[in-house]
Ligand binder design. Structure first.
Ligand code: HEM
Length: 56
């Protein structure tokens, strides 16, 4: 199960660059698929911003 992305807790790094990498590369050892092949950098950055704005 994936956990909340807006609770302010980050298990795979809390910097914008870490979150970008979690989305683009994925977390293979934990079952998170990478989206770098289907989203460009601007789209991944927009998701990082969205999560930051929604963070508790
Ligand atoms: C665009 C869609 C998605 C985004 C933006 C996204 C984003 C993220 C991020 C940022 C993390 C790291 C969380 C941390 O550092 O604590 C993560 C972890 C994870 N994601 Fe995703 N994810 C997406 C889709 C998916 C999908 C489709 C799956 C499963 C099929 C999935 C499964 C997981 C798992 C298992 C983890 C690791 C456990 C956890 O941290 O909760 N994710 N995801």
């Amino acid at each position: 199960m994936a956990s909340s992305l807006i609770d302010g807790r980050w298990d795979y790094g809390a910097s914008d660059a870490d979150i970008f990498a979690s989305i683009a590369v994925g977390i293979p050892e934990d079952g998170m698929p990478g989206f770098g092949a289907v989203m460009d950098a601007a789209q991944v950055e927009a998701l990082v911003r969205l999560m930051r704005e929604a963070e508790d």
